[in-house]
Write a protein that binds this ligand. Structure first.
Ligand code: EPU
Length: 421
């Protein structure tokens, strides 16, 4: 298992290109199961989760290759196997978004039920409720969800749950509805840009999806979809992570390939704590020359502050002159990074889904353990600003969702090295 050795203290300076969005790529690759003919994906990031999704697509009969320019070519060659086994799903929960496309296109899907993960229990009841409303018969057999249907039928579906809507649940139902007979209306749909990007790809293939990116999505079913070339949106979470890296190191970083309109809540929060964020054409420039000010933040569905940046913001708020309150409204248990930040000298008290972060003068380098993707990113940020050396163990978590992070940080002048055990 690789680890990162980080020597803190360098101010990050320079320019970094943000990769295509992981969370847009995963369901969009699954959507290629709906297509007749090949699709090409431009700017699909080369990271472990995408490679897992490619493995799954190959198991499901797709031929997938990456060309010299980094584009992914996907074409379904054989529709005989519609089983996503537990071994694949447990490596990556997003495998569950094969369910909707398989059911709509092949009338049958067998997908292992995902278990919980380091950020809490993550049910998929809303996905199943939506697919049942479209006419699927769904049973659980030996830990697998077995879904069958004739041609799906459009329906009115409410997708709200105890924590708001569901991103991959909306994706699953939207994908299934594209080939259903008649009109489907999804109320309380997730509004995340990744859902809108998926709808963009579906529409380019000939689907009729309206309203994606708003809470009401209307889908008129069509008979067939044809593969096309699609460019993925930039990864707003990777962008947010580098924005916070610039702020925490008092650096100055120019981010290329970003969508500022996808980052409004993050820009707002960074300005509140005293960072300077400016647009420069299509790029964003983030700089800071002072201690961060305190801020209170509650994670929310888009366009609110994303849960996927909560841990990174916490690392930043560890260095203020007072108290900040972070409330996690999407995954109440997503606080595995707290104990590791405490090992670096942070002062954080957790009360249920809330963490009270009292700023300290400095963090001190220490060996720490990555527990999940975004927690690992927070520990890297802590390491970049800590006095001394930080060792982040188990970096396979970070490799799941960040493309070449150590090269990108190194290119900005940060001292980070990957070492094998
Ligand atoms: N929920 C239910 N029932 C469901 C589905 C979800 O109660 O059927 C609850 C969840 O437990 C959670 C909330 O609804 O409390 C939102 O979960 P959602 O379904 O939206 O999460 P997801 O679609 O499984 C995606 C991202 C996550 C990101 C969340 C929230 C992908 C591949 N994953 O997951 O990304 O945190 O949306 O924005 O798109 C990450 O990239 O690190 C990551 C975890």
């Amino acid at each position: 298992m690789d680890k990162f050795i980080i020597t803190g203290g360098a101010r990050l300076k320079g320019s970094v290109r943000i990769s295509g969005s992981k969370n847009a790529t995963l369901p969009i690759l699954a959507a290629a199961l709906l297509a007749d003919g090949p699709s090409v994906f431009v700017d699909a990031p080369d990271l472990a989760d995408v490679r897992h999704m490619v493995d799954l697509m190959e198991q499901l009969g797709a031929r997938v290759s990456r060309d010299d320019e980094g584009r992914l070519h996907v074409e379904v060659a054989d529709e005989s196997n519609s089983h996503a086994p537990y071994d694949t799903v447990r490596k990556m929960r997003a495998s569950v978004c094969a369910l909707g496309p398989l059911l709509a296109k092949r009338k049958y899907a067998r997908v292992a039920m995902p278990g919980g993960c380091a950020i809490g229990s993550r049910p998929i009841d809303l996905h199943l409720r939506g697919l049942r409303a479209l006419g699927a018969e769904i049973e659980l057999e030996g830990g697998d969800i077995v879904a069958k249907a004739g041609r799906l039928k459009g329906a009115e579906i409410f997708l709200g749950g105890p924590f708001g809507s569901t991103v991959l649940g909306t994706a699953n139902v939207m994908m299934a509805a594209t080939l259903a007979e008649g009109r489907t209306v999804i109320e309380c749909a997730a509004c995340e840009p990744e859902v809108a990007d998926l709808a963009g790809y579906l529409n380019e293939m000939g689907a009729r999806v309206a309203g994606a990116g708003t809470p009401r999505v209307v889908i008129e079913g069509v008979e067939r979809l044809a593969g096309v070339c699609h460019r993925l949106i930039p990864d707003r979470i990777e962008a947010g992570t580098f924005m916070m890296a610039a702020a925490v190191t008092n650096g100055e970083v120019r981010l290329e390939n970003v969508r500022p309109d996808h980052l409004m809540a993050v820009v707002d929060k960074l300005r509140q704590i005293g960072a300077i964020v400016e647009s420069d054409g299509p790029a964003l420039v983030v700089s800071s020359s002072r201690h961060p000010a305190t801020a209170d933040v509650t994670t929310q569905p888009y366009p609110g502050f994303p849960t996927d940046l909560q841990a990174q913001l916490m690392a930043l708020l560890c260095l203020t002159d007072g108290n900040s309150v972070i409330t996690e409204k999407i995954y109440p248990d997503r606080f595995m990074h707290v104990a590791e930040l405490l090992r670096m000298g942070a002062n954080i008290r957790k009360e249920g889904p809330t963490a009270i972060v009292t700023g300290v003068k400095r963090l001190i380098g220490a060996p720490v353990m990555a527990s999940d993707l975004r927690a690992s990113a927070a520990l890297i940020l802590g390491g970049l600003v800590a006095h001394g050396t930080t060792t982040v163990n188990r970096v396979y978590h970070i490799d799941r969702g960040y493309e070449r992070i150590e090269r990108k940080i190194g290119g900005l002048g940060g001292h980070i090295e990957r070492v094998g055990e």
